[in-house]
Design a protein around this ligand. Structure first.
Ligand SMILES: Cc1ncc(COP(=O)(O)O)c(C=O)c1O
Length: 462
């Protein structure tokens, strides 16, 4: 199908509202001739989001929330209204879940990691495919004597080995605490790991941390149906603006077992110097340290309303149509001698995946073209894509065939005890690719973005 055919395709035409939206609300993309293919890195905002937020700040006088003075009360209403809007957006029952404001998804994950009551013999189970902010929780677990176990993902689709997962889930610490963490969508491969894992784990005595950061920009997460204990979220990935606000959406019941390592302004009911004692607040307040980013938080509600007005189904449909178009065409690209140009990491079809595609390019002799060279060339054409390992080393190691033995050898070498540069690392893995090229689609992606990238890829054929 050529571009014009795709533009006339009935399913694509049915998503034409997004083209109108791009023209009216995201005109800066085309005015700057941008080909933006890094939605998993960060989403884009509509101009109306900025106007609405600015109007709010211009027209009201706001003070630091959580006091009884009028400007403070006005702000408290906005902050609490945004909290309610977040729960509503994810269809989370406010009696069951609460929304804790954090700086980003990483902040949400750190809150869980530092306060989860890991003790000797407890377990932290996680998939190979995880963002480093989920991997990092292992250090909190280990420091308190918990066992850390990774469940493998398998080639070629980079999905979790379900048998291996079940085997581990069957072995919780029976009298202790057990935390299982995985991403609803991989930021490396775009794989959507089954949401059913949540109930598999619950049924076997585990708490579940679902990292939704790469999933929710183009997929609806319904916490009325899927009920993880903790969900991590960064809002800029869904609607671009504001940055600096995320949330930990947590089950109230599970939250009660977290033990914060300290207290701070805003997190206590009473703290005493002479009495040397403090009492933590209930629910979300105990997890929000100091003054919230209060002037910015109402922009989250504006963003959520924007997504609701556009419609998740429409965004999802457009993104998946484009993903299918891109998957088919990328895999068909060949050098004149018949060698494939592209090696894709992850599912080759749209089944059980999202609109994030990761790959490496190869020359006609089958040698990988350095992903940094691809990025340099893409930059020159105003194409924004992302290269490297995207903070997901487990996904990268499996996809790129880097083994544990190789890594152990590398990290044990003299001089590598505390410091390894990217170039040292490349030497260690003996010429294998140390990273890949990622393109990701989002709310106002169109077929021209995808086609420009395909044209760019064709330019690598020799
Ligand atoms: C799956 C996933 N989890 C967590 C994060 C961390 O998000 P942030 O950097 O906003 O904290 C990202 C960021 O790309 C991600 O893709």
């Amino acid at each position: 199908m050529r571009v014009s055919e795709m533009e006339n395709h009935p399913r694509y035409r049915a998503t034409a509202k997004l083209d109108e939206l791009r023209a009216s609300e995201y005109a800066r993309l085309d005015a700057g001739r941008h080909v933006y293919l890094d939605y998993t890195g960060g989403g884009h905002y509509a101009e109306s989001q900025l106007r609405a937020h600015l109007a709010l700040l211009r027209e009201h006088v706001y003070g630091n929330p959580h006091s009884t003075n009028p400007t403070s009360q006005a702000m408290t209403e906005r902050v609490e209204g945004t909290r309610r809007a977040i729960l509503e957006f994810f269809n989370a029952d406010p009696d069951e879940y609460c929304a804790i404001f954090t700086q980003n998804a990483t902040g949400a994950l750190k809150l869980v990691g530092e306060a989860y009551p890991f003790a000797p013999g407890d377990r932290y189970l996680l998939t190979f495919d995880n963002h480093n902010s989920v991997n990092g929780i292992r250090e909190f677990g280990r420091a308190r004597g918990a066992h850390v176990t990774y469940v493998p993902i398998t080639l070629p689709d980079l999905r979790v080995d379900a048998d291996a997962l079940l085997e581990e889930l069957e072995r919780p610490n029976p009298n202790g605490n057990n935390l299982f963490a995985y991403p609803a969508q991989s930021n490396f491969s775009g794989v959507q790991h089954p949401l059913e894992f949540v109930e598999w784990a619950h049924a076997r005595g585990w708490d579940v941390l679902l990292d939704a950061a790469a999933f929710t920009p183009t997929n609806r997460l319904d916490l009325g149906r899927v009920k993880p204990d903790f969900v991590s979220q960064s809002f800029y990935k869904i609607f671009g603006y504001p940055t600096g606000v995320g949330a930990l959406i947590a089950k109230r019941e599970t939250l009660k077992k977290l033990r914060r390592p300290w207290f701070a302004g805003g997190t206590i009911t009473v703290a005493s110097v002479q009495g040397d004692k403090y009492y933590l607040s209930e629910g979300e307040a105990a997890f929000e340290d100091g003054t919230l980013n209060y002037l910015i938080i109402p922009a989250v509600k504006i963003g959520l309303e924007h997504i609701q007005a556009v419609g998740y189904d429409l965004i999802h449909e457009r993104v998946m149509l484009l993903a299918e178009y891109l998957l088919e065409r990328l895999q068909a690209l060949k050098h004149p001698n018949g060698e494939p140009l592209v090696r894709l990491y992850g599912p080759a079809s749209t089944e059980g995946r999202g609109g994030t595609l990761t790959m490496n390019f190869y020359d006609a002799q089958g040698h990988a073209i350095d992903h940094r060279e691809i990025e340099r060339r893409a930059n020159a054409q105003n194409i924004s894509l992302r290269t490297g390992c995207f903070c997901n080393p487990g996904g990268g190691e499996i996809a790129l065939g880097i083994t544990g033995t190789e890594l152990a050898h590398c990290f044990r070498q003299p001089g590598h005890e505390t410091r390894v540069t990217v170039d040292d690392f490349r030497l260690c893995i003996d010429g294998k690719s140390s990273g890949a090229v990622r393109v990701s689609l989002g709310i106002v992606s169109n077929v021209r973005d995808v086609d420009t990238f395909l044209e760019f890829a064709r330019g690598l054929i020799i």
